[in-house]
Design a protein around this ligand. Sequence first.
Ligand SMILES: Nc1nc2c(ncn2[C@@H]2O[C@H](COP(=O)(O)OP(=O)(O)O)[C@@H](O)[C@H]2O)c(=O)[nH]1
Ligand SMILES: [Mg+2]
Ligand SMILES: [Zn+2]
Length: 289
Amino acid sequence: MTGRIIQGIGGFYTVSSGGNEFVCKARGRFRKEKISPLVGDLVEFSPGAEGDEGSIEAILPRKNVLERPAVANLDLLLVTLACCHPQPDLLLADRLLVRARRAGMEVAVVFNKSDLGDAQAYARQYALSGLQTAMVSAATGEGRERLSSLTKDKVVGFAGQSAVGKSSLINLLCPKAQLETGDLSRIERGRHTTRRAQLLQLPEGGYLMDTPGFSLLELDTFDPEELKGLYPEFRPYEANCRFLGCNHVGEPSCAVREAAEQGLLSLERLERYTALFAELKEKWGRRYG
Ligand SMILES: Nc1nc2c(ncn2[C@@H]2O[C@H](COP(=O)(O)OP(=O)(O)O)[C@@H](O)[C@H]2O)c(=O)[nH]1
Ligand SMILES: [Mg+2]
Ligand SMILES: [Zn+2]
């Protein structure tokens, strides 16, 4: 049988298949081959006889893998921010977008807590970048339809700073999830409510995954020349830059920069790109050190 791993605890995996759940152990050879099954994996398994656990026989090829949290095969990563409380950290959002795109995932940006403030100006930066955005309030339910249309039939992860309301949004879309939500002070004391990856199956199709919040995120070390490729909004302009291989970080006659100055792209996001480029360049320069 084939199914999807939705949870893994202490060597036991819950596999969802045809609306049923099966508890399975991974076969010994996975350990020998040093691959471990991940939440999100599509697997071949044999269900156990009455009362016994089944066993995972094979892991099907992965479409993508995220390391933290450890999860495979996400169709969409929703980078989640709050309109305020906490103040949106757009640089962190850009780091998450870069990371997810490098891992080959689709991305979209969600602003929660629309009942507390107006984040249209921030959302516009991402809309100008060709990203889907949603304004929602887990508290009032505003924007729920828009959010469900983004997540429908997909395996979706929510990522972002602590206390932006990731768990609350999952509860909004999937009330039976009843995830614990926390206030900021509790989180500041280091008590995270979400510890490990777990997929929740939606009755209308698809899966949602909560992730622990974080506020610091370093990019992996990779060639800074690759960064611009993770900003697909630059592509229509790049051919018009004066220099072949322009990185759009202050070179003369840069068409990407000009597009941003004309309001065709977000100048703020281009400036954060420039900062990330400098950071990567520095890391890349001392990669052997
Ligand atoms: N006013 C308001 N508060 C919210 C909203 N969504 C979540 N919260 C509150 O924000 C806090 C953090 O929410 P939580 O879902 O735990 O955030 P997480 O750390 O991202 O999972 C909790 O106190 C929630 O009740 C919202 O849309 N509006
Ligand atoms: Mg949470
Ligand atoms: Zn350029």
